[in-house]
Each structure stands twice: as C-alpha cells, then as structure tokens.
Design a protein around this ligand. Structure first.
Ligand code: 5BU
Length: 473
C-alpha cells in the first residue's frame, strides 16, 4: 500500500532531522522531548515542494485572501512557493525595522483593508504569528487565517483563536507521532513521553490582546472584513444602541408606524417578509427610506437552508427580491458551504452580509457542538460576506470583526408556549457575549412599544458598557 502524502512528508521530515526526539532544551529554557527544526528543509527542494503543495491544498487553494505573508524566517521560502503557486502577491514582514529609509515593517504593495493569509512552520504559543499579525494590522491589513506545518498542541491554536485567527495545520504533534510510531521510527516509550509532556506542558496563555467581548464596537470596525459588519459597528457606536427590533407584525402599516416611533433607538430592524399579509413593493421602498432617515440596517431573517442554486434564486428572485433591499440575511449552514458560495456569487459583495446560524434560542433544537464548530469554520472561507453569527454563547467564535446576533431576549427570564427561551439583557450581553440583541414581542406586544424600546435600548447599552469595562467573571 502506498504511503499517503501526509505520512510521506512525516517520514521525510524525520529522515532529515527536522523532527527529533530525545532530551532537548528550547531557547526559552524549557525541556522538551520533541524538537522541530524546519529550517533545514531549505536544503531539500523535493521536501520544500511537497510541503508547499500540501499547504496549498489544505489552506490556500479554496481560501479567499489578497496576500500571503510568511512569519520570518523559516516560513519565508514556503510562503514564496505558495505565492507563486496561488498566483497571489506576497508581503514580507521585517523582524527588525530598518533604522534608515522608510522604516516600513511590511514590504510589498497593498491597500488598507486587504486581507492576508499567514504562513508559519511551527506554533507553540502562537506569539510569533501574533507579532506578525500586529504589524500587519498596524498597516491596515486584516488577518483571519494562518496555514502552518505543525501545531505543537500547547495552546497556540487557542491563543490565536482568541485573537480572531483560525489555524489550519498539516500536522499536530499527536498526528505526527502516531505516523512515526506506525512506521516504527519511534518507540512506544517515546510516544508515551511526548503525550505526557503534551498533557502537562502548556504554553503561556497570551493575553487576549484583541478579545471580542471587551473591545468597544468602534475598535472592532477595523477587524471586520464584511462591509455590513463595519456599518453595523459604526451605527451602534454612533447611535449608542445595540438593539435590533424584530418587527414580526403582519400588516405593513403596523411595521412602518412602529419604525417611525422606534427607528431612532435601534441599530437594525429584523423582518420576516413572508408573514406580511398586504405586501406590496412600495413597502420595501418605505422601509428603506426609514432605514436611511434613522440610520439603521435591515436584516431579513429568511433562514435560507436549501442547496446553493435554489438559495441564489430565493435571494434574488420571486415576489420579495430580498437581495434588492435587505442589507443582510440569515442563513443555515446545514446544506454545506455551497449555500455560502452561491450567496457570495449572488450578492453584491461590497454591500451585503450574512448572519450564519450557529445556535438557536428554542428549546430542544438539534444543533450540536460539532455542528456549531463546523459552522464557524465554514464561515472563515467567506469572510467578505459573513457579518457574524446568530448564536447564544460568547465562546462560539472569537473573531472581533464578526458580530454575535442573539435573539430570545426579554427583560425577565421566561418561555413562550412554543419553546422560545428568553434570557435577560444582563445574561445575554455580559455573560454570553451578545453584540446585537434581537427583541421582538418584548417590544411589539407592549402597551407602549416606544417606551418599551427605550427601556430595552437603555438596559442593553448599560450591559454593554459594563462588559467592555472588563468587569467580567
Ligand atoms: P421574540 O418575539 O423576541 O421571541 O422574537 C424573536 C425573533 O427572533 C423571531 O423573529 C424569531 O424568528 C427570531 N429567532 C429566534 O427567536 N431564535 C433563534 O434562534 C433565531 C431567530 Br435563529
């Protein structure tokens, strides 16, 4: 049986001593039973080629980004190969800023808000990648993904996730030692020693430099890769409201009258266009006028869940022509990434956004932890259209450029007759990390919806201020 590519690469790396086992001391003085020195691969063009081909398949060919940037120095030649293979421009980060000339830390041509894929050899704590990301960010570049050869599984992946960087690795330390064990290159004893070491030795947790839930909305604008997310952060920061009204009324006049009254207190209105009895085209014209006048966005809660082709038709055609007036829409990840691919093609990417459903508020819903995680990783490939996630918990995702939209909120905890679970503003904003909070019947069913909208707006904003002041846990 032929070796699969990953095994082939593992064995080659072992044979050139890029991977070693024994008693080693790292440059920071920590003892380790496994040592990786991938610098040597520059002496082996066939291994360089194999490594870059595999990284290309894993993390480059289907990703959307404007530039590649290798973390100096080991990853630079690999980044160069990938840049040529992908026909995407490369950026180079200087480790030491020049003391003469332009003092630029990033070399190459780029525009503000361009996106960048990081290439690295090994991660332990993730700090080298974060240093590179910081320099890129200072130049106005946006980074959400890193492609690496080996994850030592000592906390780097988590540290990077906290800072909005999703890591794709060819090997983890565990997969690597399993391969080497299978091919009898290392003894069972070494395998046990390395596994024990992994369980006991974690790299330091890196301070959440850019943690989503403590960053104010205005500081998150620069992290956002989707324009609707940027607009929404901007609106929230200027209007000082994170309230999204779910205008679930069935007559157009009811909705328009309500928005006349509460428009100044909301950052977004959420519609279910298909529950309206007297829909006419001029409704959306008036809705848009109100949105412009009061500076709020429109989210159509369509919850698309079909194959990509059908969804692209549902989005752009039919009675409602949602794509013509909604700033953003809600989408299920259930059908797989074709749904995002189709929307990416149907949307005018510069102005439109998607909230992907990662969790629901209703009792007994069938979403599992794995479904949720796969939903979040699916989104990372479509950073230009993803505004954020509809979800209930703050650890669903870390990227500060994305928005957590949370429904199921009322001033008191309760339930409705069909399993909707309501939590309080304090719970959803301070504890659970909601950025934009959806309130429907809490406002629409109130005797005085305007007064109630102000009450929600004030309560939710107070909780947000409490959260960003860092008084968590
Ligand atoms: P309510 O009246 O505040 O219960 O309205 C909540 C709205 O949010 C309603 O339009 C739902 O369709 C929508 N919603 C929700 O309640 N829970 C979810 O998990 C999702 C959407 Br996704």
């Amino acid at each position: 049986m032929g070796l699969d590519k990953l095994e082939d690469l593992a064995l080659k790396l072992f044979s050139i001593d890029a991977v070693k086992f024994g008693d080693f001391t790292t440059k920071t003085g920590i003892k380790t039973p496994a040592y990786f020195d991938l610098r040597v691969i520059v002496s082996y063009p066939d291994i360089m080629e194999l490594t870059s081909n595999m990284l290309y398949d894993l993390a480059v060919k289907d990703s959307q980004f404007d530039h590649l940037c290798g973390v100096p120095y080991t990853a630079l030649p690999i980044a160069t190969l990938l840049s040529i293979q992908a026909k995407k421009p490369m950026l180079m980060r200087r480790k030491e800023t020049k003391s003469y000339g332009t003092k630029k830390s990033i070399e190459g041509h780029f525009k503000k808000d361009d996106t960048c894929l990081i290439i690295e050899d090994v991660i332990t704590s993730g700090s080298s990648i974060l240093e590179t990301v910081k320099d890129l960010k200072n130049e106005g570049l946006v980074t959400t993904e890193a492609a690496i050869i080996l994850d030592r599984e000592q906390g780097g992946r988590e540290n990077l996730a906290k800072n909005g960087i999703h890591v794709k690795s060819l090997f983890t330390m565990r997969t690597l030692i399993e391969i080497l064990k299978k091919h009898k290159k290392i003894t069972d004893e070494i395998v046990v020693t390395v596994k024990n070491y992994l369980n006991e030795t974690k790299a330091p947790v890196i301070e959440k430099l850019m943690e989503r839930v403590i960053l104010p909305y205005e500081k998150r604008i620069d992290f956002a890769t989707n324009l609707v997310a940027r607009q929404l952060f901007n609106i929230m920061a200027t209007k000082k409201t994170n309230l999204c009204l779910s205008a679930d009324l069935t007559m157009t006049t009811g909705i328009l009258d309500l928005l006349e009254k509460v428009g100044e207190h909301i950052c977004m209105v959420k519609t279910h266009i298909d529950i309206i009895d007297d829909f006419r085209d001029d409704f959306v014209v008036r809705l848009k006028q109100l949105a412009d006048r009061f500076n709020f966005l429109i989210l159509e809660d369509r919850k698309y869940a079909d194959i990509g082709h059908t969804v692209s038709l549902q989005y752009s055609k039919g009675l409602y022509k949602i794509g013509e007036w909604a700033d953003c829409v809600t989408v299920h990840s259930l059908p797989g990434e074709g749904i995002l691919k189709a929307l990416n093609g149907s949307m005018n990417c510069i102005t439109k956004g998607v909230f992907l459903l990662a969790e629901m508020s209703s009792e007994g819903n069938l979403i599992t932890q794995q479904y949720k995680q796969e939903t979040v990783s699916m989104a990372s490939k479509y950073a230009n259209i993803i505004t954020g996630f509809v979800c209930q918990n703050k650890d669903t995702f870390q990227n500060p450029g994305l928005i957590q939209l949370t429904p199921g909120v009322q001033l008191e905890c309760s339930k409705d007759d069909f399993g909707q679970i309501y939590k309080t503003p304090e719970k959803v904003v301070v504890e659970n990390g909601a950025d934009v909070i959806v309130v429907g019947r809490g406002i629409t069913a109130a005797k005085n919806p305007e007064v109630q909208a102000v009450a929600y707006k004030d309560a939710l904003w107070k909780c947000y201020i409490k959260r960003i002041s860092g008084k968590l846990e």
